[in-house]
Design a protein around this ligand. Structure first.
Ligand code: 5GP
Length: 191
């Protein structure tokens, strides 16, 4: 995705040689037109699949997943919660996730009534690093007895083991931009 790659190269800031800050268009301020193109691209990549639901994780995946849904026939979007508000009394599926950016573990949860065993789920997230968030969501979908069609990622850090970890559990990964490395705080993208 040319537009996305140009944005990353123009606006991305590398923090401590390991975190890519893209809060001018993805993680804080959101470029809605770009999100729409991202959604369209996910639809093209998964055009051979039936998708009945999109699952993501709060917070940064939500905007992307909602825009993507419009290209998948407005399928419902469910986001996994990192904490549950007191007003949520549903039974939940949960999985433990280690946060790459915060270096701590937390539980992600989805109410059981929002995943049906017949669902064919596309998982969408902003970044793929070590794969913990994606694996946690795959685990939840599998607990529900539903199927995972694939994992759609906006930015993959190709030098981290996330793709391998997800593919090892039998799930297809589609990333729209892959960072090959950070070189002196410069982002080098894979062609
Ligand atoms: P993983 O679970 O694959 O290790 O990391 C993915 C999650 O960590 C994403 O949901 C994203 O929020 C966060 N993350 C990992 N690496 C980066 C990064 O370089 N930049 C930003 N902004 N978030 C990241």
């Amino acid at each position: 995705m040319k537009l996305l790659k140009e944005k990353i190269l123009r606006e991305g800031i590398v923090i401590d040689g390991k975190i890519l800050k893209v809060d001018s268009f993805l993680n804080h301020q959101m470029d809605v037109q770009l999100f729409n193109e991202i959604g369209k691209e996910f639809r093209e990549r998964f055009s051979n699949e039936v998708v009945t639901k999109i699952i993501t994780i709060e917070a940064s995946g939500i905007g992307i997943a909602c825009m993507a849904s419009q290209h998948f026939g407005n399928v419902p979007v469910v986001f996994a919660k990192k904490t549950l508000g007191a007003n949520i009394v549903d039974e939940t599926y949960s999985s433990d996730v280690h946060s790459f950016t915060k270096n701590q573990c937390y539980k992600v949860k989805i109410a059981k009534r929002f995943i049906d065993k017949d669902d064919k789920v596309l998982i969408i997230d902003d970044f793929l690093a070590n794969g913990c968030a994606a694996l946690g969501l795959i685990d939840i979908v599998r607990q529900a007895g539903a199927g995972v069609v694939g994992v759609g990622i906006v930015i993959e850090k190709g030098f981290q083991p996330g793709r391998k970890a997800v593919e090892e559990v039998g799930i297809r990964v589609e990333s729209l931009a892959i960072v090959e490395k950070f070189d002196n705080n410069q982002v080098i993208l894979k062609e």
